[in-house]
Ligand binder design. Sequence first.
Ligand code: BES
Ligand code: MN
Ligand code: MN
Length: 463
Amino acid sequence: MTNTNTNTAAYIDANKGRFIQELTSFLTIPSISAQPEHQSHIQQAAQFVKERLLAAGSDEAYLIETKSNPLVYGEKIIDPKLPTVLVYGHYDVQPPEPFELWTSEPFEPVIKHNHIFARGASDDKGQLYIHIKALEAMLARQQLPCNIKFLIEGEEEVGSDALTHYLQDANNHPLLQADVVLISDTGIVSTEQPSIDISLRGITGLEITLTGPNRDLHSGSYGGAVSNPIHALCKIIALLHNEDHQVTIPGFYDNIAELTTAQREQLNNIPFDLEAYQQSLGIAQAVGEKGYTTLERIGIRPTLDVNGIWGGYTGVGTKTIIPSKAHAKITLRLVPGQDPNKILDNLSDYLTSLTPEGTRIKVEKSSQAHQSVQINEDTIAFQAAKNAFQDIWGKKPVSTRVGGSIPIVSTFKEHLGLDTILMGFGLDTDNIHSPNENFSLIHFERGIQTVIAFYHHLAGLSK
Ligand code: BES
Ligand code: MN
Ligand code: MN
């Protein structure tokens, strides 16, 4: 460890308790972007981020209003000749439901076994807070080696529409000029094995409504004579995959960039225990596309999933009806080579062609489509990230591929020409999007140190 790192490490150690208290306050704000009734909490979380950026020593920090949730911008510019890093993160969180499966309240953080439990602990408030405290520690010890800009949004969990629009407007580009984007919103293999992500899947989605008769009907008086839209919907969904678990949308696999044998080997060499994976999920067998390993199915193959399905009567007791309508939400994870808009158009046509007689289908695209991302490993910033993990975790990081999506990353490249470093500190056991979300406080502390080490290596390598 360098002197610089030891010096800031001492500051972090001395102030750790306060850092965790502050994170706890952040986690008490139910900033759920999917639920409109939480709009005031969205505003509150944005204000919180702004105030903490100022308290950490930013030159300025302010909200940027949008049609939906505000962006938070902050910066500390020390010397235009030094590299500038644009830190991105999100202050919104997923809905906490189902409440009954939480062992403590989702917005009343508790610390157990050195993990902090709350919605957003790992995704993404805990990881975002790492960056604010890294700035504070570097400024407190007069050891900031780079310029830093922060761009924090409040609707990543619902598709980043406002930020996408913001980046599409060239008038906003000068403010965000930087050398690289830095994001902590993904995971790490384990506390013993550091890793850096080299790809993210893209995402797109739609909602479908099947309509049969113009109103709910008595299933005795009409049963057998008219089409039931729930049956029609189930039939359609069943046809979206074949026996080999491939997606049947025409053209779905066209133009997908195949990995080289070496890249595939590298992917499969990541420490991964299939037995433990199955056991931890309570399933007898992992299931997916024929011809690919579990890590490949998650990391490099595109998928389609039905996220929700509803219709008819689901209350207590019996209600003998043929429902008028049935609904489903569908999302797709995309990989390099696939064009999200083309895939969505093909899916829409395909769904219409599969719709059985006696029902009508309505297809609504849910939000913006987002491309997959490939990280360029051949950059100074990627080398700086590798060095930082080596310094703080004592081991060379492996390269990993993320099955999830961070919608805005491909847009940073498209509109600002910026590469991204995905410096994630989450674990599979963090339960993101699930009850009992938590974040390791060891990872919180090491995360701060790793980010600081990254800035020093980036400045050193850029000379
Ligand atoms: N932080 C996650 C992305 C992620 C998931 C990283 C799993 C590593 C492992 C992000 O907040 C997220 O959940 N993204 C959504 C985007 C969607 C709502 C448009 C996703 O992937 O579902
Ligand atoms: Mn996230
Ligand atoms: Mn998320």
